[in-house]
Design a protein around this ligand. Structure first.
Ligand code: ZN
Length: 372
């Protein structure tokens, strides 16, 4: 090789490196059911981001960048969409879509125990997402029970399946690589919730690849890998000591409440929770509920208004409950225009809010407009 050619060959070599890198779409695990899929062009979709302060035991890394967000269903462990900027598109409903070079479709399905969940008016839908990047198809099943025959048909050609640890998937999707998710992660938190670690389920399985990282290059037709187990993202942090202490204060408050304990003591416990974790809605909400039970509506309103300023990106599940309570307190204090604006917000969020609350909101709006 002549010296004159060297810079040119070096340039070609570097170009080929860049090309090889650009051709690999990848998947990143955050934690629980949250994943990022990134195309070769760098388009990023986040699936099922979770809320930082409910049951998980660790926080969601809020600075994760996304071009768009896919939500399987509006429960706190799958819908932390409030962490993304208001301009980031969020998709929840079945349909066929495209965003830049990512093609994706939502398949309408049901949440596991849908009937039970639906009885209390809570949302029980679950949209299965199939994301296609660079010719590779990845399905995120969310909290689907086990796909129906019709759903299986629609998922027949997927390369990767993200689902709960369940044996059924091996027979239903024999050609796909299976990525279990939605299990307890004792390696990153001491908090115990309703889930089990995945180890027990993995013991008798074949073709398990335990990744030491949270990132994986997606390839078509994997040879021997049957199950991919990720390490959670290093950006995920266990709850702070202050937050664990706030939770303990919350528990103290609700136990006093259940035992019909002293009103001032209940409020003191919730005040402690607010002081320890002023960035979480739960303390304010519990305090507001306590005050409204004593028919102290002025104070109820004051606490909730303060919370809406202190917690701008609150979990929408608590937000919906807080807005419904605020509307009631406005009605009790003859401020129907303010109640109306809360009910308008609730009626506009009918894909995430409890059905009974929506019905109440719609009835109020109708009445309000008729009597104006
Ligand atoms: Zn879930």
């Amino acid at each position: 090789m002549s010296k004159r050619n060297f810079p040119f060959l070096l340039f070609l070599f570097l170009m080929s490196c860049v090309t090889i890198q650009a051709q690999s779409p990848k998947i990143e695990y955050i934690a629980h059911a949250a994943f990022v899929i990134e195309s070769s062009q760098g388009t990023r979709v986040v699936l099922d981001p979770y809320h930082s302060y409910r049951q998980m035991g660790f926080t969601f890394p809020e600075d994760i960048s996304a071009d768009f967000v896919l939500i399987t269903h509006p429960h706190y462990d799958h819908d932390g969409s409030q962490y993304f900027s208001k301009n980031t598109p969020v998709y929840r409903d079945a349909g066929a879509y495209q965003f830049k070079d990512i093609v994706f479709k939502g398949i309408a399905s049901k949440h596991s125990f849908a009937e039970q969940i639906g009885k209390s008016g809570n949302q029980n839908y679950n949209t299965i997402w199939v994301v296609e990047v660079d010719g590779i198809k990845i399905a995120h099943l969310g909290d689907n029970e086990v796909p129906t025959t019709e759903e299986v048909k629609q998922l027949a050609d997927v390369d990767y399946i993200i689902g709960h640890p369940r044996d059924a998937y091996f027979t239903l999707f024999p050609n796909a690589v299976y990525i279990p998710n939605h299990y307890l992660l004792p390696e990153i938190t001491k908090h115990k919730n309703w889930m089990q670690p995945v180890d027990g389920w993995l013991t008798d399985k074949k073709g398990v690849v335990q990744l030491a990282t949270n990132t994986y290059k997606l390839i078509q037709d994997e040879a021997s890998t049957k199950i991919l187990v990720f390490t959670p993202s290093s950006f995920v942090q266990e709850w702070s000591q202050e937050y664990y202490a706030a939770l303990a204060a919350m528990k103290e408050g609700s136990e006093l409440q259940k035992a019909s304990g002293d009103f001032e003591m209940i409020l003191t416990a919730y005040d402690k929770a607010i002081m320890l974790a002023p960035y979480v809605m739960d303390g304010y909400y519990a305090k507001a509920v306590t005050l409204s039970r004593k028919q102290n509506y002025q104070e109820t309103i004051a606490v909730l208004q303060k919370a809406f300023v202190a917690v701008p990106d609150m979990d929408w599940g608590v937000e919906a409950k807080a807005r419904a309570l605020l509307a009631e307190a406005y009605i009790a204090t003859n401020q129907s225009t303010l109640a109306y604006s809360q009910y308008v917000w609730l009626s506009r969020h009918d894909r995430i809010v409890n059905r009974m609350t929506i019905e109440k909101a719609e009835a109020f709006i109708k009445n309000y407009l008729a009597n104006k």
